[in-house]
Design a protein around this ligand. Structure first.
Ligand SMILES: *Cc1c(COP(=O)(O)O)cnc(C)c1O
Length: 377
């Protein structure tokens, strides 16, 4: 018999999602927009503790609109996290602006304030800064915000992976001018696909809704004075989101347990380190990751292969953006003094990988994963 596959992070549905979707069917709100969209926006704003939220078709769309709202234009410089998923920076390119990549620091794996300062020395006037909270661990938000404030540059927080993570008691995604969340299939809650743009600026969020519905002027006819997009979330998808949001706390608790179990299980293997936590924050542990100490013979690929042989899914660390063929022309600011590696992001990429972090994994599944990893050492 085919062995049951153990997933990295797959959707976990509960039933309430269907109730909201059924309501949409019953009232024939099978359309973009509708009551579920309005309610989901209100519920997400209340959850995050922001005043306003716009439900969109993807987290990537939310980043794109945030850049538009900050008036990012062709040729503008935008600083971006280097160690992240390409969706963080691809929208910079949609606007023909120029991404400049900022290395990670070792304490949280997120944007290095030190490298950020160096980037400002060369480029004192970027149009915006976008940084991610990788794998759900809050970045050094105070330090990053302070540097950006000194230079009077607006910040977009890519909280796609960190919904429910807090920093000094406040939700990630609510520190910058804009924050974005993703409900893609493997995120901590999912709508199968979708995103949310949040802000304290109601006018900006209203403008986002306008741009996301093809920028229709308030005129009798279909009139357009600007180029718009079809980026709105549908009423069906929003129903799934409302049902999922009811279970976010529970998903976070399970993700935290998984991280804790791995940490304890590998504690005695001194060449394994788990991905670091920010002591100022409370992470959602979206994905638990580990790194192997420098100089070990065993590689992340060896362990990922050993897991795959048992039908267990794992994943490499995001490949740094400055190493991507499509971004090789872009400027990159490394953090100095990195244990022999060219940059912190390259070092984490070379020595790390993501462990299966699916909240449906049983104790038996966890024990099996742990045993396979332990056997590699
Ligand atoms: C998933 C993700 C996104 C993109 O979200 P989508 O909803 O898939 O468009 C952006 N940034 C990061 C860091 C992500 O992990």
């Amino acid at each position: 018999m085919e062995k049951k596959r153990i997933y990295l992070s797959s959707p976990t549905m509960h039933g309430e999602e269907q109730k909201f979707v059924q309501e949409a069917f019953d009232t024939n709100w099978v359309a973009p927009l509708g009551p579920n969209v309005n309610e989901f926006e209100k519920e997400m704003a209340a959850y995050a503790g922001t005043l306003h939220a716009a439900a969109l078709s993807a987290g990537t769309a939310a980043i794109h609109l945030a850049l538009k709202l900050l008036n990012v234009r062709p040729g503008d410089i935008v600083f971006s996290s280097d160690l992240t998923f390409a969706a963080t920076c691809n929208p910079i390119t949609y606007e023909k602006a120029i991404p400049v990549f900022i290395d990670s620091e070792e304490d949280t794996w997120n944007m290095s304030p030190e490298a950020l300062k160096k980037a400002f020395e060369k480029y004192p006037h970027p149009k915006a800064v976008i940084f991610a909270h990788l794998y759900g661990t809050p970045a050094k938000i105070d330090e990053i915000m302070e540097i950006c404030k000194e230079h009077n540059v607006p910040v977009i927080e890519d909280a796609a992976e960190s919904l429910s993570s807090t920093y000094k008691g406040k939700q990630t995604g609510t520190f910058g001018t804009f924050g974005i969340y993703s409900f893609n299939g493997n995120k901590i809650i999912t709508t199968s696909g979708g995103g949310m743009l949040v802000s304290q600026d109601g006018e900006a969020i209203e403008k986002a809704r306008f741009l996301a519905t093809q920028a229709r002027d308030k005129a009798r006819f279909y009139q357009h004075s600007q180029i718009g997009y079809n980026y709105r979330m549908s009423n069906i998808v929003a129903g799934v989101g409302r049902g999922q949001l009811l279970h976010l706390a529970e998903h976070k608790r399970r993700k935290n347990e998984i991280y804790k179990q791995y940490t304890e299980a590998f504690r005695d293997i001194n060449v394994i380190a788990m991905n670091p936590m920010n002591p100022q924050g409370d992470a959602n542990n979206w994905l638990s990751c580990m790194t192997i100490a420098p100089g070990e013979k065993i590689t992340p690929d060896d362990i990922m292969d050993a897991l795959e042989a048992e039908n267990i899914e794992s994943r490499p660390i995001w490949k740094p953006m400055h190493l991507q063929p499509v971004y090789e022309e872009c400027d990159f600011f490394a953090q100095e003094g990195t244990k022999g590696a060219k940059s912190v992001s390259e070092d984490i990429f070379a020595r790390g990988f993501c462990l299966p972090s699916d909240i449906k994994n049983t104790q038996g599944d966890m024990e099996k994963i742990i045993e396979i990893v332990r056997k590699c050492f």
